[in-house]
Design a protein around this ligand. Structure first.
Ligand code: SF4
Ligand code: SF4
Length: 472
């Protein structure tokens, strides 16, 4: 029985409800007046239910699809302006006891190099990341209670926050580790994490069990109910995602939105972010072995439909995607991207020797962070290293309230300018700095409040003179 308020995975992600949703979407995708009504609801920035959004995803009408894309672009501009927040992944360890068939870290893969960083190695990696200009990290580890216990993750977070190298600092550590207990989530919260990210991989229970044949991750309910435990443990910013390519994308899309509706219904706050990874080639993994891969057009439509269905939720894309694909979906709804990423354990301080490949997937965007920043500015975006909300305690429902009252615009834009200025002064190449300084001069005029504008101008001078870390 479908019940978004239930705490049981199979009730809030009800297979029957997803199948009924897909049938409803098939039956109504050609009803252009209904499609128009749904688009109109989205135009009013009211978001969409999983059923409504599924109708739009299934609709193949060319004109309506254009309207959906245009609306996604408009909502993106209204809520996020031209800002894009940057982050980098940091893999601590690739020891893993699970058997996920799409991931090279699965326990039976005997030829991948297994690594676990010591605190000293983490320190070196973090200094290298700070020297690139990063302020926001996403920590990743495999699941292994012996090699990667929660104490190791907590100690690593402490190490990362403690490092101050030149003007560098990691100001927000998001964490992507396996589903765990309320007690462990509470410990992560106390350690000062930003968002807790856990990809569902697939919402289809039967496929889920086949794709995760061994290890604790095999337990669908334990994994699917993890966000509820995280919230019970006090973490109120959680990040959802599926691995597109494992199951049929329309099934995953409906499941993802049902999960978001469930969090809103039970905890009063939806997901902070949604990630949209697609399966990629990696050691021991051939993506063509999975027959639900999606093409770039479908991928773009998924991004657009998520954007208009949950306008307040940030959307993340990684370097799994090529620069061209990243550019396309930036327009349609993505608000955060990684840059200069390494998907191996370590690899920022020194490149990993070819014979020691420990990467989780092949990167399709190999540009440096400086190149990514320059590219973003050249295509009309304002790169941001802002971490202000989390540090000002604007998380969970406080963050959502601020978003909904549109006041967030008076924070994000000035914070983007000030953190970009820090980047330009401390880390940028001369060419990037030149483009960035011009952009900042132009963008100051777009700060809505005159008083805020004045403060930003003063702070930019202070940054030039050596002060750091201003925020609204
Ligand atoms: S996806 Fe995660 S849990 Fe599964 S094998 Fe890879 S690292 Fe381990
Ligand atoms: S002010 Fe808050 S919402 Fe805006 S970019 Fe900074 S952290 Fe994100």
């Amino acid at each position: 029985m479908y019940n978004p308020q239930s705490l049981k995975a199979e009730e809030f992600i009800s297979h029957d409800e997803i199948m009924a949703t897909l049938a409803y979407a098939d039956a109504n995708a050609g009803d252009l007046s209904l499609v128009e009504q749904i688009i109109e609801k989205a135009r009013q920035r009211r978001g969409l239910t999983h059923r409504e959004a599924s109708v739009l995803l299934a609709c193949n009408d060319k004109e309506k699809t254009k309207e959906i894309f245009a609306l996604a672009e408009q909502i993106k501009k209204d809520f996020y302006g031209n800002r894009i927040v940057l982050f980098a992944p940091l893999y601590l360890s690739n020891y893993c006891v699970n058997g996920c068939v799409y991931c090279p870290y699965h326990a039976k893969n005997k030829h991948i190099a297994r690594k676990k960083m010591t605190q000293e190695e983490i320190r070196r990696e973090v200094i290298a990341l700070q020297d690139m200009g990063h302020k926001r990290l996403a920590l990743e580890t495999g699941e292994d209670p012996v090699n990667n216990p929660i104490e190791y993750v907590l100690e690593s977070i402490k190490t990362i926050y403690s490092i101050r190298h030149k003007n560098g600092a990691i100001r927000r550590v998001n964490v992507n580790i396996a589903a765990t207990t309320v007690e462990n989530y509470r410990k992560l919260k106390d350690a000062g994490i930003g968002t807790y990210i856990l990809f569902q991989e697939t919402y289809h229970k039967e496929s889920y069990e086949q794709l995760h044949p061994t290890g604790p991750k095999h337990n669908y309910a334990w994994h699917t109910e993890a966000m509820d435990r995280a919230m019970e443990g006090g973490i109120d910013d959680v990040g959802l995602g599926v691995l597109f390519g494992l199951e049929k994308y329309r099934y995953e899309f409906a499941g993802l939105l049902m999960h978001a509706e469930h969090l809103e219904a039970v905890h009063g706050v939806g997901p902070h972010t949604i990630s949209v990874p697609r399966i990629k080639h990696a050691d021991d993994i051939d993506p063509s072995a999975f027959d639900n891969g999606i093409d770039d057009d479908t991928f773009a439509k998924i991004v657009a439909c998520i954007r208009i269905a949950v306008p307040y939720t940030g959307m993340i894309i990684s370097t799994r995607e090529s620069p061209a694909c990243r550019e396309r979906v930036l327009h349609l709804g993505i608000s955060q991207i990684s840059g200069g990423s390494k998907t191996s354990v370590g690899g920022y301080a020194e490149p990993e020797p070819a014979e020691e490949n420990s990467a989780q997937f092949d990167v399709s965007d190999n540009r440096t962070l400086d190149e990514v920043i320059r590219w973003l500015m050249q295509i009309g975006y304002l790169p941001s290293f802002c971490t202000a909300c989390y540090r000002e305690g604007r998380t969970g429902d406080r963050f959502m309230e601020l978003c909904k009252s549109k006041q967030i615009q008076n924070c994000c834009h000035p914070n983007a300018l000030m953190t970009l200025k820090e980047y330009l002064v401390d880390y940028a190449s001369p060419e990037t700095r030149k483009i960035g300084e011009e952009l900042i001069r132009k963008e100051i005029g777009n700060i809505p409040k005159e008083k805020v504008q004045k403060i930003v101008e003063e702070n930019l001078v202070k940054i030039e003179n050596g002060s750091r870390d201003f925020r609204f």
